[in-house]
Ligand binder design. Structure first.
Ligand SMILES: Nc1ncnc2c1ncn2[C@@H]1O[C@H](COP(=O)(O)OP(=O)(O)OP(=O)(O)O)[C@@H](O)[C@H]1O
Ligand SMILES: [Mg+2]
Length: 495
């Protein structure tokens, strides 16, 4: 069952850009490792090499004492029991869940595909991760958290001996996360080695035996988890002492609301929701996944049908038809689904930044030089780590894609911005920068709405926090009621 793995002096270059500089370490079977590092440190790249999705430029991966032959791809790695759960989902949207789970590993009966067996195995794996969906459901119908669980089910159905999880809980509810942790404990007891990549250091502390820290493409530390504090983990990642995560709060602004929403109803998701936000205000939205927060705002932006409600922006009634239309009215939205609805990952960085503000560059023809200058500024301002400005968005690390998505929604110069899970996949240092950025924007008079599953983020950053449960806005909390306990009580409806 158990598998022994070793990296020997692994380097990786993409063209002229070197991202791994000679990584060497061995993993013991049946242990849980936390792999830590800043955005762009090389975690996902190293794990893609281990799982066969990339080959090392130089160096070797040794599995059970034998050097792995080059060129086998992910299938050869999976045959060795090494399975990666991707950070950026790798599912085929048009296929069903069962087809995705068995893609490339179809079960056959003679010459034919054994659909029945595959469906049944898929059903079992889905039950294991607590997702009671029909295996015939098409993946494009799923919400982000469900896609994440399907990725995990897919790995389970492959009988992994070494399971790599690249930020698996970024989109899960606390309940789903707990279930995943229980599953990890079961797998560990069965001898499976687990590598767990996460920027949520509390989870790393709870679930791992050892932490391995990468910085700038090198391994810089390896410690038993029990011997380091969270603060020490963070400092090891960034290589210096980190200052306080949140900026001091500014006083709540007075004045007329810039955005006022009354009776907004998004059928099936949100019922009769009222809220408003002022210039300079940071308004949070808390709630469990499925509470309807994302869908409420998708309805507001015209991405989903609304059946009732009025929206006023700067005192003027508007009917927003699309995110682009909303941007013209001064409201932009950062989607929680950055690969699906946020970025065009197969495009280069430049159009990704400027797409919603193209009018600015069309006088009357597009001015690529001005766009390129804007890109250079954004990369600087948002600390986007990239080897070159001329790469596709898909080649950025997960956290750096998130920073690009953030730059994109701020680029049109909105007066209201809605940020749905703005720090998802972002490292502690960059999180701190985003919090300070949000506050600077608010200080300049922007109204900021933050939807987040991280209660500490809402408490640390927001003037007020609206809490949704089952499609209804339950209450809006402010100091001194802005506490974890009160947020949980209203989000879950239990005491
Ligand atoms: N296909 C590629 N082409 C060019 N550069 C790439 C490619 N894939 C990764 N990189 C670069 O390699 C570096 C390491 O990226 P990687 O995805 O491994 O980081 P990471 O540690 O997983 O970060 P995060 O925490 O943001 O997920 C980044 O600078 C990234 O831009
Ligand atoms: Mg990554």
């Amino acid at each position: 069952m158990s598998v022994a793995v070793e990296f020997r002096n692994v380097t990786k270059a993409f063209g002229p850009v070197r991202v791994l500089h000679g990584v060497g370490f061995a993993l013991q079977p049946g242990r849980v490792y936390g792999l830590l590092g800043e955005n762009g440190a090389g975690k996902s790249t190293l794990m893609k090499i281990l799982a066969g999705y990339e080959s090392p430029t130089t160096g070797e991966v040794v599995v059970d004492g034998a050097v792995r032959a080059p060129g086998g791809g992910s299938r050869a790695a999976e045959a060795q029991g090494i399975v990666l759960i991707h950070q950026e989902f790798n599912l085929a949207d048009d296929l069903t869940i069962a087809q995705n789970v068995f893609l490339g590993h179809e079960i056959r009966k003679g010459l034919f595909l054994d659909d029945k067996a595959m469906r049944e195995k898929t059903r079992q794996a889905l039950a294991q991760v607590g997702l009671p969906l029909d295996p015939d459901t098409r993946v494009k119908k799923l919400i982000v958290a469900e896609k994440q669980l399907v990725e995990i089910a897919r790995a389970l159905a492959r009988n992994a001996r070494l399971l790599i999880m690249d930020e698996p809980t970024a989109t899960l509810t606390p309940g789903e996360t707990e279930r995943l942790f229980a599953l990890m404990a079961e797998l560990k007891a069965a001898g499976v080695t687990i590598i767990y990549i996460s920027h949520k250091l509390d989870e790393v502390e709870r679930t791992t035996d050892e932490v391995v820290v990468m910085r700038d493409g090198l391994l810089v530390a390896r410690e038993p988890t029990a011997s380091v504090t969270r603060r020490q983990m963070a400092n090891l990642m960034v290589g210096r002492e980190l200052a306080d995560l949140f900026p001091a709060k500014l006083p709540a602004p007075a004045g007329e609301p810039i955005l006022q929403v009354r009776g907004l109803t998004v059928p099936g998701w949100a019922q009769d929701v009222d809220f408003e936000v002022r210039r300079g205000e940071i308004l949070g939205f808390a709630g469990l996944v499925g509470a309807g927060r994302t869908e409420l705002f998708e309805g507001l932006l015209g991405l989903r049908p609304r059946s009732a409600g009025t929206v006023e922006l700067a005192g003027k009634a508007v009917q927003l038809k699309s995110p682009r239309d909303a941007a013209r009215h001064g409201l932009t939205y950062l989607s929680e689904d950055r690969k699906g609805k946020g970025l065009h990952v197969h495009f280069s960085l430049r159009p990704n930044l400027t797409l919603m503000a193209l009018e600015r560059y069309a006088k009357p023809w597009l001015n690529p030089a001005a766009e390129q200058a804007a890109l250079r500024d954004a990369v600087q301002e948002f600390g986007i780590r990239t080897g070159s400005l001329d790469v596709r968005a898909s080649s950025l690390s997960g956290g750096n894609q998130q920073k690009l998505a953030l730059a994109k929604v701020l680029h049109p110069g909105p007066s209201v911005v809605v940020l749905d899970e703005p720090t998802r996949g972002v490292d502690v240092g960059a999180k701190r920068e985003i919090y300070h950025l949000v506050q600077r924007l608010a200080a300049q008079g922007l109204a900021v709405i933050v939807i987040s599953s991280e209660l500490m983020e809402l408490i640390g950053l927001c003037h007020r926090v609206a809490v949704m449960r089952a499609g209804r806005l339950q209450t809006t909390l402010q100091e001194p009621h802005l506490t974890e306990e009160e947020l949980i009580v209203h989000a879950t409806g239990t005491r």
